[in-house]
Design a protein around this ligand. Sequence first.
Ligand SMILES: [Zn+2]
Length: 142
Amino acid sequence: MLHDQKNTALSCPCGSRKSYNRCCEPAIEGSSPAKTAEQLMRSRYTAFALGMSDYIVDTTHPDYRKDLNTEILDQQNSDTTWLQLTILTVESGSEQDDYGRVSFVAEFSADGQKAQLHENSRFSRINGLWYYLDGEVKVQPF
Ligand SMILES: [Zn+2]
């Protein structure tokens, strides 16, 4: 389900200040998969913000999907509004790496409550494609 695409022509939800079609869209639409762990992280945030659950599942490493599916994601995401992404640190994850870590803060509101999700995520590259593995997650209201 698509949520709120009104500003995507102007600025990408990931906060890069680039337009959506020059930022996360090529990765999400598959025309140009994410080249770095940070790009994958940004495009996954954008996919959450736009309710594109397929991309979240597809970019999660198959061994780490467990019971992740688009139905669960749509349900979780249905009353969540993603407000802002801030990338804190990036370790490896470049075009020359097969492994990377990205830590970030994502702000969201759910049930009228604003919260910050702090995550230190791990990514792995297989056959040239980056996948999300897992992350240490902390959520706190603010
Ligand atoms: Zn973006």
